[in-house]
Design a binder for this molecule. Sequence first.
Ligand SMILES: NC(=O)c1ccc[n+]([C@@H]2O[C@H](COP(=O)([O-])OP(=O)(O)OC[C@H]3O[C@@H](n4cnc5c(N)ncnc54)[C@H](O)[C@@H]3O)[C@@H](O)[C@H]2O)c1
Length: 272
Amino acid sequence: MANGLLKGKKGIIFGALNDKSIAWQVALKAHAEGAQFVLTNAPIAMRMGEINNLAAACGNAQIIPCDVSKDDEMQQLVSKSMEILGGKLDFVLHSVGMSMNIRKGKAYTDLDYKFMHDTLDISAISFHRLMKTLYNSDAMQNEGSILALTYIAAQRVFPDYSEMADAKSLLESITRSFGYHFGKRNKVRVNTISQSPTMTTAGSGVKGFGTFYDYAEALSPLGNADAAECAEYCISMFSDYTKKVTMQNLFHDGGFSFTGFTEDVFKIGKED
Ligand SMILES: NC(=O)c1ccc[n+]([C@@H]2O[C@H](COP(=O)([O-])OP(=O)(O)OC[C@H]3O[C@@H](n4cnc5c(N)ncnc54)[C@H](O)[C@@H]3O)[C@@H](O)[C@H]2O)c1
């Protein structure tokens, strides 16, 4: 169902780990819609080599490793991407998140602060680092689009989402603050998409993810949005049809965020 929505557009896509990743789906759809882009991920995430299959499926897209917590790697990524793509960028997807406290099963009431600093740096401050690098390198085309992915735990408490909730709040705040400056200078829009729970490596790493997923499914009139559907929303945000949408947190969650109660939720746990 490709419509050439991104024909001639150039970009960078962060975070495609495997074919479950939201970024993986975005890359496939961006390619189908006519975009050219560079793929990137942390060097350690590339060890399995799966990203090479994605690059091949996307017209031999170039891959540049970048740990988003490193200033020099970010600068190299942006400079090299402009060289490879032959000019400024029209779109950038930040699809990155990591929490060692969650991985190690640390309770929110007993966080390790070294881990927490890393979580905030990798999952939120990296979005500022990315935009600062793009801004100072004058790397964005006027009317370009920058997107990051977030979760509703930034607004409401989901206890097992732990410190990632704090990281997402910061991510959404950085989106508004940098969105102002990028909008004023280049008419570049900056937004977050707040996505349903999705069966990915990062998603299913959260304790109790299955219960979480079923609850959201039952509370959403349209049901949970999957990774491919999220990718379609990302493409629309990179297209020329959303030029005046900026500094927003956009819910892509089947209606979950505005639903108070459903019969389906009531039935959960009473079914056996
Ligand atoms: N899966 C969900 O339920 C869900 C829901 C809402 C939002 N999100 C967000 O979507 C985004 C993508 O996650 P996903 O669900 O596709 O999972 P994923 O595990 O496929 O992607 C997370 C990516 O972050 C990358 N990453 C981690 N540390 C990095 C670093 N230091 N430098 C560069 N990259 C690094 C990983 O290598 C991986 O590719 C994240 O921001 C996540 O919080 C996910």
